[in-house]
Design a protein around this ligand. Structure first.
Ligand code: HGY
Ligand code: MN
Ligand code: MN
Length: 443
């Protein structure tokens, strides 16, 4: 790597010797995790709730302490930028700080706080990179309260208008635009946002692979496709004691049958196909009443778009058959549908190269979870860095990643970002010079 010099350094300095402050990172993860903190650990900061507002305010305060250029856009995405030597498109890092209801303190938060840590490390070193460095947190990545997921970054890249997003209604009935106003994060910066030179997101793996194989860094090659549907099953409520089984039109039974079908379908299609019925809501949900209706969600994912479409078609076919045989109606509404994404090959090579240069073990892998990087990849080269999840657990208060692993991931992020930040506009090739054109290690 050419020695990165800047006006205020002599030739002996190379920012590639910089390392992040792991203790400062851990302190911030814990402090942010206390907002919406749950009994037994973890936190609940559903998008645009009071807890999300409090978490946002804390991170914005940390950004302001570094005197960064902070912008809030029309969907509540927040970017904070450290100026570079030249006013070029920034190198962007980031993720999300909203969580699911039984969330951990690392999902999303790690990507935002390591981005902040990278910027603080660079700023405090006195080195000024060629390009600006930006850290962002995007609104409603989880999609648990307002579907779809990755909503803020979807609007940031222009795939949905802020106005359309403002009219989305939450599972609790609130309108997104009203909640954005209520928590004071309906910003004036227009959407879509400025496309960065490149986007790099650090995230916990949220699965068992890195820990099982004792690998330090996941070099993420892409994100699998996601299909979210809400099915409303309508039958006839009836007395649980007096209604013969042959006369029932029972949405509760049909909901359960669909959940079993989704499991069997995933097993039949084999890995990486996954299928989840995560929410089942019966009405009136009483012990002695055959339900009038059932509302369930179905989450199907696969790295292969064709197989994902096949899974969706099989589910539709099953619903048609069981609606017919059980005398119910089933209405399906799509809540999210994103095709699989492949990240920028040169950027993926750079993540792998920088991790190895730090003496860390690596393995390439797709992401099972959705991430903001998959949206940013529509407008800029994007890639992700994974760090291990203890017991592969996430979306669970027991979610944990060791401080040393967080620090490793943050230092890989720092090195990748410093390489990107030194590139002129003509440099579309993000491969580090040491890598020969095949993108592999030079011998
Ligand atoms: O659902 C997901 O994959 C992400 O956590 N939003
Ligand atoms: Mn996440
Ligand atoms: Mn998540």
């Amino acid at each position: 790597m050419s020695k990165l010099t800047a006006p205020n350094f002599d030739d002996s300095f190379s920012p590639h010797r910089l390392r992040i402050d792991g203790d400062r990172l851990t302190r911030r993860l814990v402090e942010l995790g206390e907002i919406g903190g749950l009994e037994g650990g973890g936190c609940a900061r559903l998008a645009l709730t009071d807890e999300d507002k409090e978490g946002r305010n804390l991170v914005v305060a940390w950004m302001a302490e570094l005197d960064l250029d902070i912008r809030i856009d029309a969907i509540g995405n927040v970017t904070a930028t450290l100026p570079g030597r030249e006013d070029l498109d920034p190198v962007m890092m980031g993720s999300h700080i909203d969580t699911v209801q039984t969330g951990g303190i690392y999902d999303g938060n790690l990507g935002v706080l390591t981005g902040l840590e990278v910027i603080e490390t660079v700023k405090k070193s006195g080195f000024v990179p060629r390009r600006p460095l930006t850290v962002a947190f995007f609104t409603d990545e989880e999609g648990a309260r307002f579907a779809p997921d990755m909503l803020g970054s979807l609007v940031y890249v222009g795939a949905m208008s802020a106005e359309e997003a403002h009219d989305i209604v939450a599972i609790d009935g609130a309108r997104l635009g009203d909640e954005l106003e209520r928590i004071g994060y309906h910003g004036s910066t227009p959407c879509p946002g400025r496309a960065p030179h490149a986007f790099v997101e650090l995230h916990i793996e949220q699965g068992p692979v890195l820990e099982r194989e004792a690998i330090d860094i996941g070099v993420v090659t892409g994100v699998q496709g996601i299909s979210w549907q809400q099915l409303t099953i309508t039958g006839q409520s009836a007395h649980a004691g007096t209604t013969p089984m042959t006369l029932r039109r029972d949405p509760g039974y049909v909901a359960a049958a669909i959940a079993v079908f989704v499991r069997r379908l995933a097993e039949e299609l084999g890995e990486p196909q996954v299928g989840t019925v995560g929410a089942i809501d019966l009405h009136p949900n009483l012990i002695n009443v055959v339900p009038a209706s059932a509302t369930i969600t179905v989450d199907l994912r696969n790295t292969d778009e064709q197989i994902l479409q096949k899974a969706e078609a099989r589910l539709t076919e099953f619903c048609q058959e069981i609606a017919e045989s059980e005398g119910v109606t089933i209405e399906a509404v799509s809540l999210a549908r994103f095709e699989p994404v492949e990240f920028n090959e040169q950027l993926v090579d750079s993540v792998e190269h920088q991790a190895k240069a730090l003496g860390l073990s690596t393995r390439r892998m797709p992401s099972g979870a959705g991430h903001d990087a998959q949206m940013l990849s529509r407008v800029a080269p994007a890639a992700m860095v994974f760090v291990p999840s203890v017991n592969g657990i996430s979306h669970n208060i027991a979610e944990f990643t060791k401080p040393a692993d967080n620090e490793n991931g943050a230092n890989v992020l720092l090195q990748v970002v410093l390489s990107l930040a030194d590139q002129a506009d003509t440099d579309t090739d993000t491969t580090p010079p040491e890598l020969n054109q095949s993108g592999k290690e030079s011998s």
